[in-house]
Design a protein around this ligand. Structure first.
Ligand code: SF4
Ligand code: SF4
Ligand code: FES
Length: 232
């Protein structure tokens, strides 16, 4: 691969030609909101739609995790239209997440979380649109808990517990489990039933449960404090 030169927020930086643009931006120290991207070495999910940036010569913002570094590229991570798109995507993310910072494991451990940092960067309120969301919540299931703070919080996913009111369906846990863990997590279901699960969930997940090494790779990457080990 050849080395190319880009300008990012007025700074000249170097990258490999064809390198994942979001990876390049993060490595160079620019902040670009993202939830579903963990590493350029893993398949791009392009699910959260938060990573919008302006690129000179393009009519519309581009999703940095789907773009490649090219020679002469001029990138603006504070492009007004890109930020507006990211705010709209963040609203959708927050429609799947109940804000309960006071009792959130991620907040307890870090004093903040990716969602709070994204809200701050975008100048967006840290407010769940859960209650006002007319459509069924992504990840709910047919016997889904009713929405609202009184609803049952945890669904079992084999050795994991997934807080169905916190999970933002970013996929980081699935990627972490596949690259650093036992490879037993997956997404199951479609539409309103789309959810994190164990391979075999809904049938026989006992092999997955046995394979789990309780390494916590999934728990550690969850941006939303949605995962905990059901056994240690
Ligand atoms: S994950 Fe949600 S509840 Fe936890 S600290 Fe972040 S915004 Fe608050
Ligand atoms: S459990 Fe956490 S890491 Fe996994 S998809 Fe949900 S929010 Fe993302
Ligand atoms: S990081 Fe690009 S769509 Fe999620």
């Amino acid at each position: 691969m050849s080395t190319v030169s880009l300008v990012v927020d007025g700074r000249r930086i170097e990258a490999e030609h064809g390198e994942n643009l979001l990876g390049v931006l993060l490595r160079s120290g620019s902040y670009v909101p993202h939830l579903c991207f963990a590493s350029a070495d893993l398949p791009v999910r392009a699910a959260c739609r938060l990573c919008t940036v302006g690129v000179e010569g393009r009519d519309e913002p581009v999703f940095a995790c789907e773009a490649k570094a090219e020679a002469g590229m001029v990138v603006d991570t504070r492009d007004v239209q890109a930020l507006a798109w990211a705010r709209a995507s963040f609203d959708l993310v927050m429609a799947t997440h109940q804000v309960r910072c006071g009792s959130c494991a991620r907040f307890r451990e870090q004093g903040t979380c990716d969602l709070r940092e994204i809200a701050h960067h975008l100048g967006a309120p840290l407010r769940s649109s859960w209650g006002s969301c007319a459509a069924p919540r992504p990840g709910g299931n047919s016997g889904a808990a009713p929405r609202g703070r009184e609803a049952v919080l945890c669904d079992a996913a084999g050795p994991m517990r997934v807080d169905a009111q916190a999970c933002v369906r970013c996929g980081r846990c699935v990627d972490a489990c596949s690259s650093a863990g036992a490879g037993i997590l997956c997404f199951l279901g479609r539409g309103s039933a789309y959810r994190v699960a164990c391979i075999g969930d809904g049938g026989d997940a006992s092999a997955s449960a046995r394979a789990c090494t309780a390494c916590r790779a999934c728990v550690d990457v969850c941006p939303a404090g949605a995962l905990e080990l059901a056994r240690v």
